[in-house]
Structure formats: C-alpha cells, structure tokens
Design a protein around this ligand. Sequence first.
Ligand code: WTA
Length: 652
Amino acid sequence: MSEEVALENLSYEDRAFAPSPEFVAQANATPALFEAAEKDRLQFWADQAAELHWDQKWNQVLDWQIPFAKWFIGGKLNAAYNCLDRHVNEGRGDRVAFYFEGEPGDTKVYTYKDMLREVSKAANALTELGIKSGDRVAIYLPMIPEAAIAMLACARIGAAHSVVFGGFSADSLSARINDATAKLVITSDGGFRRGAPFALKPAVDEAVKTTPSVENVLVVKRTGQESTMGAKDIWWHELIEKQSDQHTAEFFDSEHVLFILYTSGTTAKPKGIFHTTGGYLTQAAFTHKMVFDLKPAKDVYWCTADIGWITGHSYVVYGPMANGATQVMYEGTPDTPTKSRIFEIIEKYKVSILYTAPTLIRTWMKWGAEFPNSCDLTSLRLLGSVGEPINPEAWMWYREVIGGNRCPIVDTWWQTETGAILISPLPGITATKPGSAMGTLPGIVGKVIDDEEREVGNGGAGYLVLTQPWPSMLRGIWGEPERYAETYWSRFAEKYFAGDGAKLDKDGAIWLLGRVDDVMNVSGHRISTTEVESALVSHPAVAESAVVGAKDEMTGQAIVAFVILRGGVEHHEGEALVKELRDHVAKEIGPIAKPRQIVVVNELPKTRSGKIMRRLLRDVAENRAVGDSTTLADPNVMKLIQSGLSAGKSED
Ligand code: WTA
C-alpha cells in the first residue's frame, strides 16, 4: 500500500445470493437488456422512451455539449398525462393508485380515476390563480395524497414544482422560494407525527414575509388546527371544490423543466438541482419497472421516502405512477403508536415490494426482531435500500428478518442529481452480495478511477465517476450554470464526479464507500468510514455506528467511532466491550483500521433524510465547538454525544 492509492480496499465479503429459479422465470429484467444497451446505447434509451406516451415523437435522441445534455429533442409529452390519463384511457382507471394511511389511523383509497379527477381540479385551480407554464410553485406539505396531487397538477400545466421537505425551517423555506422566485406556495395547516399534530402554516407565514415573488398560499386542511389566514391565503378545499374535474393536458417540450429540488451543498447556499421532462420520466419509469420487478396489476409497492426527497419524486410519484403501480403512502413515524407500525401496514395491505433506507433498517435492528416477527410479512417478495451504504450485517438482517430469506434485495445507488437509480442489482439476473450495489444498470457507463484518472481495476478503490450522459441526469443548478460545471464536472476531465468513493471487488462488483469528503487518512492510508462502520456493525453488540477521522499527532488522523448498541445489550463505564470492539475491527479489516477511541452513544446526528452528519462528529472528536447543525433532525443529539464523550474516554 502506498500514498498513491486513492482509497484502501480493506474489507472482504464472499457471501452471494442468487435469485431463485422461480424469481428468474418471472422477472421483468433479462440479460437481453444489457446486450441491447451494449450494442447501441442511444437506441436502447430511445426504446425505453417509446414506452411513454408522446404527443409528438423526438427527432434526435441526444445532444451532448459537455456538461449540458438534452434528450429526446423535439419530442412533446406531459408527465401527468403519462401518470394518469394514459392509465384511465387504457382501462386501468379503477386500479388503486394509493392506499393512504394517516398516522392517527385514518385511511383513504385513491384509484387512478380518482387521482386524475383530483389532479384535474387542482390544475384548474392553479390556472385560476394565474399559474402558467414556466412558473415555479413551492410545495411544503406532509406525506399526504395532496402532495402527489399538487406535484402532478404543476406538471400538468407545465409549472415547475419545488418541493421543500416539511421538516425544514421557515428560513430554509424562504431561501428556496426566493432562489426559484416561486409565485405560489402549497402547504397545509399541519400534519401528524409521533402521535400529535404539528403545524406547518406558521413557518410559511414567517417565510413569506421575505419572499416578494409569492402571490398566494394555498392551504390544505389536514389537522384542523387553528391557522391564521392572511390576505394571500386560500383554503385548498374551498378553491378545489368549485373547479371542473375535466382538464385537457397540454404537451410540453421534452426538455421543459419538470421540477427543482434543493440539496444542501458544502457552502450555505443550497443547490437547486433541476430536472426536465422526457429523459427524467423515461429513466424513472424504466428503472422502477426493472429494479423493482414491478407487476403493476399484482404488486403492492411501498416506498417509505418522504415526498420532500428525490426518492419521493422518482419512486413515489413519477416512476411508479407512470407504470400504473398500486402504492401505500404513510404519513407518520415508524414507532407510532408502536414499533410495529410499519410491519402492521405491510400485513394490512399485503405489501409485496418494500423500498426503504439503511437508517430505518438499523433502527429496526436496534429495536429487535420481535416487532417484525409479530406481523405476517409473507406478502413481501422484493426489498430495496437507498440513501447510504448498507452494511453487510444490516443487509443480512433485512434479508432474514424482513424478507424471510426469500426476497431479493436491491441496494440502489443514485443521487438527487442523477434523477434515477444508476447502480443496482437487477433481481432475476444478479447474484447479490450483502452490502454491494453490484453494478451499473443497462445504458449507464460508470467507472472507479484514481487521482490520475486511471481505472482502478478489480480489487482497487477510488472515485466513482460517470463517463457518459444519461437521460435523467440533472440539467443544471437553477440559475447557476458555472456552479453546475464546477461542482460536478471539474475534478476529472469530461467526467461526472459523484462525490462518492467506491471499490471494485475481485469479481468487479461495486461497493460504495461513502462521500470522499469523509475519507480518513491514517498514516497515509486513505480509509473509508463505511468499511470501519460495517466492521463495527458486524459485531453482535452493535446496531449502528459512525466513524470519523480526528487529528492525531502520530498518525495524521486517527479513527474515532461512535456506536449505538443493539436492544438488550448492556454497557457500563470502562467495560471490556470497547476493547472487544476495537479488536474486532482489527480482526475484520486489519490493525490500521483499529479505532483510537470508541464512544457508546444513544443517538447519532442525522439529517432529516437519515444521513449521518460526520462533520459534526469530527468537531466533537477534535474538541471543537460544533459547527452549523441546523439541518439536523434532532438538534439535541449533539449535546448528548458531547456529554457522553467527556464522561467516558475510552482510549487505551
Ligand atoms: C448516498 C438519494 C451507498 C451517496 C437517492 C450519494 C448511497 C448520496 C446509496 C445521494 C447506496 C445513495 N449506497 N450510498 N445505495 N444511495 N447513497 O441526493 O453518498 O439524497 O451520493 O439521493 O447518498 O443522496 P441524495
């Protein structure tokens, strides 16, 4: 090992799970997809686009002026038409689109016909408010059907939506409204979470004090709590009630902006990632059908992501609805009223495909198997994971306890920027390895390279890049074309750099190693946080862990680990457990990766989408004041961790 190595490849995994012959026999994806994409990539994508309804066909598949791509040029389509009218016109109107489950236990069922009616009324309402094609609309709602209805109503009339996650503050909301100069905000009085109503409207009232572009605020009544209605405010139900339920969709250019979605950047200013219509919808629908093996007339699909994240856009609204899927939508938290809530919902609706995040899987592990075991989960036939690297142990737990050893797992790698899944196993084709996202999907060209832009080859680790454009790629950062080029296309020549590290195992399978900003440098060895975290979680006492590099006089950086123990495991000050864990890491991946310090904590600092904020843990590990923690889901977590650290020094 030398300092030229971009990233060390430390851990090793040789378990593999091939799909069952029964699964293979019925799978949507076959090896012919790879052959077709290999033979002619652009024709392959054109074939996928042809699955959608186009009012006018494109005359050119791709225009690529690096880093700016246009797909299906000259084509015209409407995303909402593809998600609604097409199904109703072709006789699928009575199929359930959503089984909605409110946190308090209220339920509502929407068929595709119902959704078309609601979206048509909402489109008419937006038009009455003066919203036109090319305008921007901010959506700030809980996870309720109106969120999907509002998004599709915008798409129907050609207005770009900018969904802002309901957990964000008034300041974050106003910054996003102003960046996009949105004319309308769609919100609600509030929603239900952890057994109680929370308010959203007051944050909007606060935000719109500083957003001159906003002409109206449309308010869905969800909780019935007191809301102050000002001059710009209109109740959603009052406006919708008077609208016609007929609306003729207009068709827009393939490159018409469909939505903006903000992601936090390294600087304070969030990046307005924007996507356009034809390429995005093509790839969202294609990947949803193939990766999740969707059988639209049979499956009940449930993606637990909030509509405020890209996963909620691509794999709750656009992909599944373009495919005519039947879905579950749940408003609340997984532990309300009990830790079995998710499993009860799976049993109730006979969910067959579940798509969730490693953070939730590890939370379930921490709670213990008695909760999933108390429900009938035999309807499940496929499991998905997204958002973070999934540790092999969490993967195995997901497979055994949730999937009953019967369901293929798809670990899907993608980003807000990529719009759709790019790296994932294809169920029915891939023999999966626990913790690996396996390989690029057909039509995607990705590589792992070193600092000199050489491919690392099997057994090596480095930076994940994409060398060819793909239909659902971001078209830019809203209003900041230079920042777009600089952020994604400048580190390596003519390559999209995703910001993630990855390694290739001996068979060429791809293992994601986390953000390269998080990589630790211990005595000149660049070690990924993911590998050390996975080693810790492979110890039976550990449910979850976060690892950071802290400055160290001897080694440059030293590894500091924060661990959450599994339910039922006791830990006392100075106990042997810490030593055991350090030795365990050394045994699993080598002495170089042995943490200098291990701190047992009850919670880890996470963003609201469940990603660990290692930057804050680094501050703690280096005894600095903790930096900006405004995007934390629970702001108190850092105080608890700091007090835990000063109480229990576990160096030896
Ligand atoms: C991480 C979420 C490992 C990665 C769809 C990426 C993953 C970032 C995986 C994007 C996965 C997402 N394995 N890491 N399967 N999926 N990531 O924009 O670091 O919220 O760059 O999109 O999440 O997060 P975003």
